[in-house]
Design a protein around this ligand. Structure first.
Ligand SMILES: Nc1ncnc2c1ncn2[C@@H]1O[C@H](COP(=O)(O)OP(=O)(O)O)[C@@H](O)[C@H]1O
Ligand SMILES: [Mg+2]
Length: 269
């Protein structure tokens, strides 16, 4: 992003409250949380396990309703899963059908689109196969692919419907380090190619710094905004160049120290 255009919020979280009742106990995850997410941004959400990251994504996705407050997407209050937003899970197997080929899985992502002609649909599917680097694998079934390739299928299938917002909940955490690094670069390339806002949940500080324009760190439930960091590193980014930038290391270390010290004190260590 060039930073020249005024970034209007595409999502506004307004004073949300969220409590769960578990065995006569009430767990309050949000007790008055607000945040505005600018259009086309890449925002990562980090924080200790159980602080409410997944809950926040599910609320934004309209999969659950807050017990108080409001979340506005594109000017409208979310009361059901809105069109224009899509969710990619950590367990890629959950996002794709094992009985469909790569091509058929990606094509499935077109189902919510208005009817397009056969040739147009085919061309579009092949564009998205290419976008995620799966040319030549169109006829493979998920079980014949590596985890990283399955996650590429899930991403293509999510994006072919042209959502405005992509919600990703620890999407790469089940992958090995190298595959993860490659998919991080791919995701950034995609984000720079198509107009989309990405909300990315991770517990990996490095990953958040590498990918994001902004990072919010949440504290333990009820979640508060502990820290908001602007990652002032230029795009396009690449694993080798970006990670060797002293600013990368500085941000990564500061954020890591902040979270680690909090965790340590909470653990009583
Ligand atoms: N459906 C649910 N029922 C009861 N408690 C839940 C539910 N979903 C989340 N929680 C609780 O809310 C808190 C936040 O969970 P979650 O959003 O999954 O955290 P994170 O993703 O940051 O690890 C946890 O204490 C969890 O046990
Ligand atoms: Mg989670």
């Amino acid at each position: 992003m060039d930073g020249l255009q005024p970034a209007r919020p595409i999502i506004e979280i307004r004073d949300i409250h969220m409590s769960f009742h578990v065995n006569a106990r009430t767990v309050t995850v949000f007790d008055g949380f607000s945040y505005a997410i600018p259009e086309r941004s890449f925002l990562s959400i980090i924080g200790p396990s159980g602080c409410g990251k997944s809950t926040l994504l599910r609320l934004i996705a309209g999969l659950e309703r807050p017990t108080g407050g409001d979340i506005v997407f594109d000017g409208r209050s979310i009361d059901a899963p809105p069109k224009g937003m899509i969710y990619v899970f950590q367990q890629y197997a959950k996002s794709i059908f094992p009985w469909r080929t790569v091509y058929q899985n990606i094509e499935f992502g077109l189902r919510a689109q208005k009817k397009v002609g056969r040739d147009e649909a085919r061309a579009k599917c092949l564009d998205y196969v290419k976008l995620v680097g799966l040319e030549g694998y169109e006829d493979y079934y998920p079980a014949q692919l590596s985890g990283g390739m399955q996650q590429r299928v899930a991403i293509a299938r999510a994006l072919i419907g042209e959502p405005k917002v992509l919600l990703m909940d620890e999407p790469f955490s089940a992958l090995d380090a190298m595959t993860r690094a490659i998919l991080q670069e791919l995701l950034l390339k995609i984000w720079q190619t198509i107009p989309i806002t990405i909300l990315f949940v991770t517990h990996d500080v490095d990953e958040a710094v590498f990918l994001s324009g902004k990072i919010i760190a949440l504290g333990r439930a009820p979640a508060v905004l502990r820290e908001e960091v602007t990652v002032d590193l230029p795009y396009p980014r690449d694993q080798i160049g970006t990670r060797s930038d002293p600013r990368f290391t500085a941000i990564q270390q500061r954020l890591f120290a902040n979270i680690f010290l909090q965790e340590k004190s909470l653990a009583g260590a």
